[in-house]
Ligand binder design. Structure first.
Ligand code: NAP
Length: 494
């Protein structure tokens, strides 16, 4: 429907972004925040057409998309406030000690913008992790122009949001190149953007294959750049014995809902459930099976994702030792995802890496462990994850401290007695975990801490006050928190 960008158009977008960077990186935090607020206002002003278009393109229901639109607006406004608050700058000041031997110079450090950022939107979040989503908002807050590679699965939605951003660019008097929007139906356009010398960072949400390919491409550039890829995750859930005995049926009910939420198309979907063999696990399994049978298949985001789900589900169920426990009582029609639960012994799981792979959709594998020691063995053999969950009493935790340590080691968010689906947007959220969940576990793609991904520290040594950026001036004219001679304060320097 939309014309693929030519290489000349990609070069032009990158050139414009670079020219805009020189101006945009130096505008005040207040102006950056006003720009982001204006984007939020312009998206709101689009009215119902935005959700209607996304419904048509993604098959996601209205209520789900309305909720995601609210989240998008909240991200833009709360990251704008965080941008202006300035905590993300990590301002540090060590004043001169001229009489010390040797004398200490005046040194002041803060994060400065990296440069133009390329954003690859996600198919499963057409608003919150796409064109004006978390990566774009964080890059704008950090002072970086953005070039979005529109996701072809919701290209029209992306166009509408891009138009809202352009309006905000004009209304706030920013240079045109602060934002560009590229369509490209193959990989070539995205690759050319990542390889462009004017591009300095990449934000990506999607498959392992895509995220890792772009990461490798960026690492091979003459000047390698960071790629913040958020890829797949199986989000293991560990059922501990006392908790399982107390609440097997309740856990099964909340997990049937979590596994099938949005047809399982969440990166936080619980794809692995690990518990000790016995009566309580059997009760959990039979309740989970009963719940799953009642849930109807539903249409997935796009035919490609439905086809992939069908293939991956088939491949998983064909593995030796895997038993189908339950599927929906209703037949799935074209492009629908069939709610499915399978089970396997821990021994077989540990021997077969294929079973560790994510099946993106409403599918979960229950791993039966011979004893608690085997729960630990599974935890130590799992790959990096966005989240891990412990369903456990305090006594379970106290009896399994080694397991807790192993689980901490593998994830970015550790949940106790809850479900991994549902990612709160707040400063303390961590959405990022050890590889292969993401390419850099030190950062989060949710919450205003995500702004730090697009900044780099720059220290100013011996600069006179009037030449320093406002963030580091003696008077602290922005009133931001700064670490002054090892103490966090908003005080001015006398
Ligand atoms: P995807 O296939 O990884 O694509 C995401 C974006 O990256 C698209 O714009 C795609 O371009 C581009 N891309 C992918 N590989 C590339 C490469 N090698 N070179 C250049 N550009 C590349 O992800 P998706 O379309 O969102 O969904 C496919 C699968 O990703 C799902 O089945 C699921 O397994 C996984 N997924 C994970 C998450 C998550 O949150 N981690 C979210 C959604 C999906 P084109 O579309 O033009 O090919």
């Amino acid at each position: 429907m939309y014309k693929d960008a030519t290489i000349d158009e990609i070069n032009e977008a990158a050139g414009k972004a670079w020219r805009a960077f020189v101006i945009y990186r130096n505008i005040s935090l207040r102006k950056r925040a006003a720009f982001m607020m204006e984007i939020a206002a312009q998206i709101e002003a689009l009215g119902p057409v935005l959700v209607e278009t996304a419904m048509r393109e993604t098959n996601l229901p209205q209520a789900r998309l309305q909720g995601e639109r609210t989240r998008l607006i909240f991200q833009l406004t709360s990251y704008a406030q965080a941008c202006e608050r300035g905590n993300w700058l990590e301002a540090r000041i060590d004043t001169a000690l001229p009489s010390r031997n040797p004398p200490r110079p005046d040194i002041r450090k803060m994060l400065v913008a990296l440069g133009p950022v390329v954003v690859f939107g996600a198919s499963n979040f057409p608003f919150a992790y796409s064109t004006a989503g978390g990566d774009t908002a964080c890059a704008f807050a950090a002072g970086c122009p953005v070039i979005v590679k529109a996701h072809p699965a919701h290209a029209e939605t992306s166009e509408l949001v891009a138009a809202a951003i352009w309006k905000a660019v004009n209304l706030t008097g920013l240079p045109e190149g602060v934002f560009s929007h590229i369509h490209s139906s193959g990989f070539e356009g995205g690759k050319a953007l990542v390889l462009h010398p004017r591009v300095k960072a990449v934000g990506f949400t999607g498959s392992y294959a895509g995220g890792k390919a772009l990461y490798d491409l960026a690492a091979q550039r003459p000047e390698p750049i960071p790629v913040f890829s958020e890829m797949g995750s199986t989000n293991p859930v560990f059922l501990l014995p006392e908790k399982l005995k107390q609440s097997a049926s309740d856990i099964a009910k909340i997990y049937a809902a979590s596994i099938t939420l949005s047809v399982g198309q969440f990166c936080t979907n619980p794809g692995l459930i690990i518990g000790p063999e016995g009566e309580d696990l059997n009760q959990f399994l039979s309740q989970l099976a009963a719940e799953i049978r009642k849930i109807d298949p539903a249409t997935m985001l796009q035919p490609r994702i439905a086809k992939q789900f069908l293939l991956n589900r088939k491949k998983a169920l064909e593995q030796q030792g895997v038993e189908l426990i339950a599927a929906s009582d209703k037949e799935a029609i074209e492009n629908q995802g069939m709610p499915t639960i399978a089970s396997v012994s821990a021994k077989t799981f540990l021997e077969n890496p294929q079973l560790h792979q994510e099946v993106f959709g409403p599918y979960s594998l229950v791993i039966r462990c011979a004893d608690e020691a085997q729960l630990l063995e599974v935890a130590t053999h799992l790959e990096g994850q966005l989240t891990s969950t412990l369903m456990a009493t305090v006594k379970d935790i106290q009896n399994n401290l080694d397991l807790v340590e192993a689980v901490k080691n593998l994830c970015g968010r550790l949940i106790l007695n809850g479900v991994p689906t549902g990612v709160e947007v707040c400063l303390s959220m961590q959405h990022g975990g050890p590889f292969p969940a993401t390419t850099d576990s030190r950062f989060s793609s949710v919450g205003a801490d995500g702004i730090k991904r697009f900044g780099r520290p720059l220290a100013f040594q011996n600069w006179p006050d009037q030449l320093l950026p406002d963030e580091l001036k003696n008077a602290n004219p922005l009133g931001i928190w700064r670490t002054l001679n090892d103490e966090l304060t908003k005080e001015a320097i006398s």
